[in-house]
Design a protein around this ligand. Structure first.
Ligand code: ZN
Length: 268
């Protein structure tokens, strides 16, 4: 599976610097975070990335559908519709959805609001030819980032809404602990719903619940085992390296990029 890197992984670099450095290192794909597009025309940025030899794999990230009020939920839908336009301009075939949650609101309520929100934007996604990947997050983020905490829940929503433009984004950091993972990967693949695959590693101890993710091989996740299951389920797209790390962001990003490419070859 070819290598893709998320712009957030090399956060200190501008989009222009990623275009310069990724292809030289043998990176074939890029997933673009919206902050990397700030102040830029998405159409121009997309052309520049393709001219640099990079495949745009996804735009990250939409979602955050649950809200305490109807006005808040409508605002989330409007934000996601704007993001769909931006993805189409950029030429990104996929938007990754971090689905959202409201602290104190029961998770089943948030899950219903997520399904309703996705249903509201799906016709536009279909019209624009942009796919939506529900990314289940690790349960430690269930308070305010995602009420979708397992691949089973993502599979359920995909089957419920039943659109060729709706599938799942599988991230080993969020899913590795799940005893039902292999079964759910097979189910997701059989339904044609595996849209993308993210990797990093889980460090012990983890010193920060958001920004201390490890390079592949640095932690306890059986990345190669999960990658094999994802491939056996029929997915042959990019392996996307998505690492939030204060440690690595502080490093010379050219040195870090070499480490990423090396870890990709040895541990994915
Ligand atoms: Zn991810």
């Amino acid at each position: 599976m070819p290598l893709c890197i998320h712009t957030i992984t090399t956060k200190p670099w501008s989009l222009e610097e990623t275009m310069e450095h990724y292809p030289k290192a043998g990176v074939e794909g890029i997933s673009v975070w919206t902050d990397a597009l700030e102040g830029r025309d998405a159409g121009v940025a997309g052309r520049q990335l393709r001219e640099a030899g990079l495949d745009i794999v996804s735009l990250v990230r939409g979602g955050f559908f649950p809200a305490a009020t109807p006005t808040g939920r409508q605002k989330a839908i409007d934000d996601n519709l704007r993001l769909l336009d931006q993805a189409a301009e950029l030429g990104a075939p996929l938007i990754v959805l971090v689905c959202g949650a409201v602290p104190g609101q029961p998770l089943p309520v948030s899950r219903q609001q997520i399904a309703d929100g996705i249903e509201a934007i799906l016709p536009t996604a279909e019209k624009l030819g942009v796919r939506l990947g529900i990314e289940p997050l690790h349960p430690m983020y269930a308070d305010d980032r995602s009420a979708i905490t397992s691949l089973a829940q993502a599979n359920d929503i995909c089957q419920l809404l039943n659109s060729p433009n709706l599938g799942a984004t599988l991230d080993v950091y969020h899913l590795w602990w799940d005893p039902d993972l292999e079964r759910e990967i097979t189910r997701c693949g059989n339904n044609g719903h595996i849209f993308s695959f993210h990797v990093c590693d889980w460090k012990t101890p983890t010193t920060d619940l958001l920004n201390d993710r490890g390079l592949m091989g640095e932690g306890c996740i059986d990345i190669q085992g999960i990658r094999s299951q994802v491939q056996a389920a029929g997915f042959d797209g990019f392996t996307e390296v998505e690492i939030f790390s204060n440690h690595y962001w502080a490093m010379d990003q050219e040195v870090f990029l070499k480490k990423i490419v090396d870890a990709y070859h040895r541990h994915t």
